[in-house]
Design a protein around this ligand. Sequence first.
Ligand SMILES: [Zn+2]
Length: 496
Amino acid sequence: MQSLKIYNTLTREKEVFQPLHPTHVGLYVCGPTVYNYVHLGNVRTFLTFDVLVRYLRHIGYQVRYVRNLTDVGHLTGDSDEGEDKIGRMARLEKLEPMEIVHRYTDDFHQVLSKFNFLPPSIEPTATGHIVEQIEAVKALIEKGLAYESNGSVYFDIEKYNQNGQDYGKLSGRILEDLLSETRDLDGVGEKRNPLDFALWKKAAPDHLMRWPSPWGLGFPGWHLECTCMSTKYLGTQFDIHGGGMDLKFPHHECEIAQGTGLNGVSPVKYWMHSNMLTVNGQKMSKSLGNSFLPNELFAGSHHLLEQPYSPMTTRFFMLQSQYRSTLDFSNEALKAAQKGYKRLLNGLRLLREMEYVADESVSIDPKQVEEIEKAIAGAYDGMNDDLNTAVTIANLFTLLKKINQLYMGQSQFAQLGAEVFEKLKATYLTFFLDILGLKEERNEAFEPLVNGLLDLYRDFKTQKQYDKVDQIRSVFKQNGLVIKDLKQRIDWAYEE
Ligand SMILES: [Zn+2]
């Protein structure tokens, strides 16, 4: 098995990945709050963990991948203040909260399937686990780590730390600093300490989503669902917890406190966080007008875009950076990614129709064999180095060069030998399709047209009507394609 290293936010080090059970991996990823269309920053986060799941399975692990849907409890202030995000949308649109949840859950699933994401093994919802959350609150009160106050229940940070724990250890925050920057608007006077966070909130009479509890009508705090659902499906301790960088604090910090408080063990072995997207160097945000929805990208309808970009171009674009680095979105970068993806895709097409040609008069060329072996190892080294897909892709391009040489007859199959050729083919296909999760995007209306033009090109050429030959060439060029005469067999490829 390959030795995978991942960067653990908790220890701030790259560590060799060793799951709690030798063959199985438990992975929990914080899913979206389904009150709005999923934006591109979220897509990047889910892409990181899609590739992680794909790679873990490729190297032989059985993965249980749990990704939740938050459908209650996430407040507009992202902590204990404000209105429920879903309740707010329901009020504004005069719909039932569950209509909001269904609308945006459907959108989320549709968008993710366009990007070729694997579905999680379990996709639990917060409203589906109210009973578990009430039980967890009761247990934390019994352990003296939570207290009721005016119908709400709060986690007691001071008690937790007195028990030898360290609230803030994940995000590297120091309690005193946190205290000085805390602005506690809602729940003033209810909390013993401004840092305490809500496990259960009392519902105001006009609050749409509420459930009976030992503390009266209310709803669970945002952080609690992830603790309850990860424990239920993955156990009190599991291997990997992932999410966007913005969830490190307070959300994941609170998950550690809740899980440790409930079960006496730190819940997660490896914490992984995916970095943010920027647009032309600026933070992506709705107020700056530079926040993209995936559908705007596919349609090219955003004012910052010159043209549409397909889901696979976008996927490829994001994979060109390692998930922990920031990724800057721009027209130029997307255009370059479109070219790169098409070149790589062309390699896949060529490989699929390529058969090994034996030739006993040709001997094996150790230099070429070494180049290929090195690139194959390099593709794995990239993935093993904390999912550095940028390095993996660079090595696939080295393999692509060899594929093109074979296709053009600049290099002979027998110089590689059958075994090395088959290894090259299998590696390229596996990385492209299974690990990076790219797929062939064929515009079906487009293919017959291109092939028809090629037939005309051939005829005009035979008839020596060179002005028409040039016309067809220029149509191709305008569409980023080139015509190749490959030993009289006329073919086309994406321009490089
Ligand atoms: Zn979560």
